[in-house]
Design a binder for this molecule. Structure first.
Ligand SMILES: [Zn+2]
Length: 134
């Protein structure tokens, strides 16, 4: 593995700093994920929104609509959190692999300022829109 080029200009101190921030972010996101979802029992790598206990037959129409709306909101929040959480985990993996700080699309070094703003950034600014999860 050619870490000399893949690591770009990042010093061990910088890498350590990013790693600590990513680990803190991972814990924070995990806490937020738990408020809107739970780990899919049949797929530990996946999160699913917490299902509402709606008794559609008994609940009044407005109540049921509110519950469904809340469930849909949770689903949207969960998807967003899950993407961020997976990006953080991926960035941590890249630190381990020695590929952290390189763009996943073009392979060029990611601007340190961009990493400082978002340590979970997986692409350079130019390719920021070309990497879409799913
Ligand atoms: Zn790029």
């Amino acid at each position: 593995m050619d870490t000399a080029t893949t690591m770009g200009d990042l010093s061990p101190e910088q890498l350590n700093n990013f790693k600590e921030r990513l680990l803190a972010e991972e814990q924070k996101l995990l806490g937020e994920l738990k408020t809107v979802g739970r780990i899919n029992p049949s797929n530990p790598g996946d999160w699913e929104p917490v299902p509402e206990n709606i008794d559609v037959m008994q609940a009044d129409k407005n109540e049921a609509a509110d519950a469904i709306e809340e469930y849909e909101e949770n689903t949207a929040v969960l998807r967003e959190l899950e993407i961020r959480y997976n990006n953080v985990k991926r960035a941590l993996k890249k630190i381990e692999d020695g590929t952290y700080g390189t763009c996943e699309v073009g392979g060029e070094a990611i601007d340190v300022k961009r990493l400082e703003a978002n340590p979970a950034a997986l692409t350079c600014v130019t390719h920021a829109d070309s990497l879409r999860p799913e």
